[in-house]
Design a protein around this ligand. Structure first.
Ligand SMILES: *Cc1c(COP(=O)(O)O)cnc(C)c1O
Length: 412
């Protein structure tokens, strides 16, 4: 392997079509941020927008702003913008609630489309909330729903005439491994099943083409690669062909055909609006809109290409700067992957704490995984070098062994 030098990486930065976007974010000096897959960075425009929404639209406009500032249209408007990033059409994506709640809504919507089937296939080791919501649905409808969690290589063989839904996360939160969305969706459809894709680690990070995959349902996070801010609302995608027939269970007034008719009986809206429940969280939506707007002039193919290049360079740099330090790459580089690299290390937690103290912010997923997420809009190639040098130093000096670093914080 040829040795990587910092000047090689500086050259890559100089030729990077996305380098221009870094200036759109407010990142603190001295921080190299590898956690955009958990909480995206703050776009500069968000600060300005929130000040305007709070002081002018809320403070002065008061309730008039639902109309005058088109607050009421925000869930659809932002949904349409996200649709453009995941290969969906306008009118197929709505922004509302959290990912957890949207999984609940869409699984039951799938059941309403095909009540003769009752098995939901999930992947063992998926993000916990996805499992928990499925378990909750199973205990709510024990006679109708059976959830089967399988290893990745067992999924295809298990899809059969009773499979209602295959519910999978496109890019695995811990390993970064990516499913072949087209192949898996096609396989499920051939057997009469539908697929719910969780795009939490995909939207804004890799190329997603829901239309090409003929996807049925999808959900995704607003606060990870879309930079919508802590707890930003999530998005839900329902293919247009399913919308008229799909009944979602949380029949709140914002899913009504005409909320301001104040009718006693629930009549669902005809399109994607029926997947809303209650009043939109406008301050959070305004922040999310700025996060999504950063992508307006971004080509997702550039984002994906840069992210893959960063992943492989980072793995090589860790090899170069931390020889024999015991970092075990979780997912081989040759595998289909998302925008992150994970290493196993028996002392992963204190090492990550020591890194964070030195300004290199990644995260830790129990029991032993150190995660480094690459948000290509605000990480440069030279940052990878600087982070690897710091990690090498932490390993050489053994500074990570300071007892404080082993104390577990509430959020890892
Ligand atoms: C981050 C993440 C979630 C988060 O769900 P919330 O309801 O927004 O807390 C769900 N699923 C996956 C796969 C995630 O990575």
């Amino acid at each position: 392997m040829t040795q990587i030098t910092r000047s090689m990486l500086e050259d890559l930065d100089a030729r990077d079509p996305l380098a221009y976007f870094k200036d759109k974010f407010d990142l603190p000096d001295g921080v190299i941020y590898f956690d955009g897959n958990s909480l995206g960075a703050l776009p500069k425009a968000t600060t300005v927008r929130l000040e305007k929404v709070v002081a002018r639209e809320w403070g002065e406009g008061l309730i008039r702003s639902w109309n005058d500032a088109d607050w009421i249209g925000a869930p659809q408007r932002i949904g349409d913008k996200i649709a453009g990033l995941v290969g969906a059409e306008a009118g197929e994506v709505i922004v509302a609630d959290s990912t957890s709640v949207n999984i609940f809504k869409l699984v039951l919507a799938a059941l309403s489309l095909n009540p003769d089937r009752g098995t939901i296939i999930a992947e063992r080791g998926n993000f916990p909330t996805d499992h928990y919501i499925l378990q909750g649905i199973e205990s709510l409808l024990p006679d109708r729903i059976k959830v089967v969690a399988l290893e990745r290589n067992e999924i295809e063989a298990a899809v059969d005439h009773d499979t209602l839904l295959v519910a999978l996360t496109h890019v695995h939160y811990r390993t970064g491994e990516m499913f072949d969305m087209d192949a898996l969706t096609g396989m499920a459809h051939d057997r009469g099943a539908m697929v719910l894709w969780d795009l939490c680690h995909s939207a804004g990070a890799v190329c997603v083409d829901l239309a090409k995959a003929q996807a049925d349902f999808a959900v995704g996070c607003g606060y990870k690669f879309l930079n919508g801010g802590p707890g930003a609302p999530s998005f839900a995608y329902v293919a247009r062909r399913h919308q008229a027939g799909a009944v979602q269970p949380l029949t709140g007034w914002f899913g009504h055909a005409d909320p301001f008719d104040f009718a006693e009986e629930f009549t669902p809206a005809s399109g994607i609006e029926r997947f809303q429940v209650g009043t939109p969280a406008m301050l959070s939506l305004a922040a999310l809109e700025e996060g999504v707007d950063v992508f307006a002039s971004v080509d997702m193919a550039d984002v994906e290409a840069k992210s893959l290049k960063m992943s492989s360079l980072f793995v090589d740099l860790i090899g170069q700067h931390c020889p024999g330090a015991g970092f075990e790459l979780v997912l081989p580089l040759a595998k289909r992957r998302g925008s992150q690299v994970a290493f196993r290390h028996e002392h992963g937690y204190p090492i990550m704490r020591a890194l964070i103290e030195r300004g290199v912010i990644g995260d830790f997923r129990a029991p032993d995984v150190m995660r480094f997420g690459f948000a290509p809009l605000y990480i440069g190639f030279a940052d990878l070098w600087d982070a690897a040098v710091i990690l090498g130093d932490i390993m050489k000096t053994g500074i990570w062994q300071e007892p404080d670093y082993s104390i577990r914080l509430g959020v890892t």
